[in-house]
Design a protein around this ligand. Structure first.
Ligand code: FAD
Length: 258
């Protein structure tokens, strides 16, 4: 594309902007929500992501993708970052990056893994761990739009303390009529739980999701293995593959010196 005139909107999305951290919220002991102010932010859809670029004093720079966790609030954006032990960027973002600090950001990116308030089909959201982030943006966008489109959210986490946005999801029955939330635990269950920890199965998706006949749009997000297993199980129980949208949270890095 070198030398070609880019359409204005694409050019705007590819341009690096300076964002500043204005607030943080700890979601779990290893995950933090970053509230960033980005002057001139053009807005985004639930499900989209941004690219971040961090540059060291010696010119070394590195990039990572992060999903947007909430609808835009003017120039403010929210991301939730899970600390990956030994990672280059996520430990910095969750432990060092402080209110007032800048970073570079571009976006919004992505046009397929999105939910629009004008969409009328029932929605099934299936999250594995930090894959909840863009799905929570959809839940919040539905609330912000006053939409009554029926949503079912299935969250799979290792242990109760690993669930992001726990209080907000607990209050879903009151705050979000038409949203059902089901939790599954793979390593440790809450005290009152009657079944042992285990991985999500096709029968769980059938019980806590929508019948395929309802024609739901299914959004699945999490680590690559989780997404592949869940998407396969949804097809196995009869969902139309064309209605299953997936986002894989694999490594997203690229680095450069210059
Ligand atoms: C489209 C997209 C959206 C994403 N959205 C989010 C988000 O909303 N929140 C979030 O916390 N992360 C998200 N990620 C992951 C994020 O981009 C980084 O990959 C992650 O933060 C790790 O970066 P790092 O520099 O700390 O680790 P790196 O230094 O890149 O990697 C360190 C080690 O951890 C492994 N690793 C890297 N990423 C992961 C991962 N995600 N899970 C398990 N092991 C990993 C690497 O293979 C390597 O062995 C997203 C990724 C993609 C592709």
């Amino acid at each position: 594309m070198a030398g070609t005139a880019l359409p204005g909107r694409l050019k705007e999305r590819l341009a690096w902007r300076v964002a500043r951290l204005v607030a943080v919220r700890d979601e779990t002991s290893t995950a933090r929500t970053l509230v960033l102010e980005v002057p001139g932010w053009p807005g985004h859809l639930a499900g989209q992501r941004v690219d971040l670029r961090l540059t060291a004093a010696d010119g070394y720079s590195t990039r990572r993708s992060y999903s947007l966790a909430a609808p835009a609030d003017g120039d403010r954006l929210e991301l939730t970052v899970q600390k990956v032990p030994g990672g280059e960027v996520s430990p910095y973002l969750t432990e060092v990056f402080s209110v007032g600090d800048p970073l570079e950001l571009r976006g919004p990116v992505g046009g397929w893994f999105v939910w629009r308030p004008a969409d009328t089909a029932p929605v099934l959201l299936v999250a594995g761990g930090s894959g909840l982030v863009p799905l929570m943006a959809m839940v919040r966008a539905r609330r912000a739009a006053g939409s009554r489109v029926p949503f079912r959210l299935i969250c799979s986490v290792r242990a109760p303390d690993d669930l992001y946005y726990a209080a907000e999801l607990r209050d879903a029955a009151g705050r979000d009529p038409g949203l059902d939330v089901t939790r599954f635990y793979t390593r440790a269950v809450p005290d009152h739980w009657t079944s042992p920890p285990r991985r999500l199965r096709a029968e769980d998706l059938a019980a806590a999701g929508w019948p395929p006949d309802f024609g739901p749009t299914c959004y699945v997000c999490g680590p690559t293995g989780f997404v592949e297993e869940v998407a396969g199980a949804l097809v196995e129980i009869g969902h139309d593959p064309a209605r299953i949208r997936t986002e894989r949270f694999g490594p997203s890095g690229s680095s450069a010196r210059g």
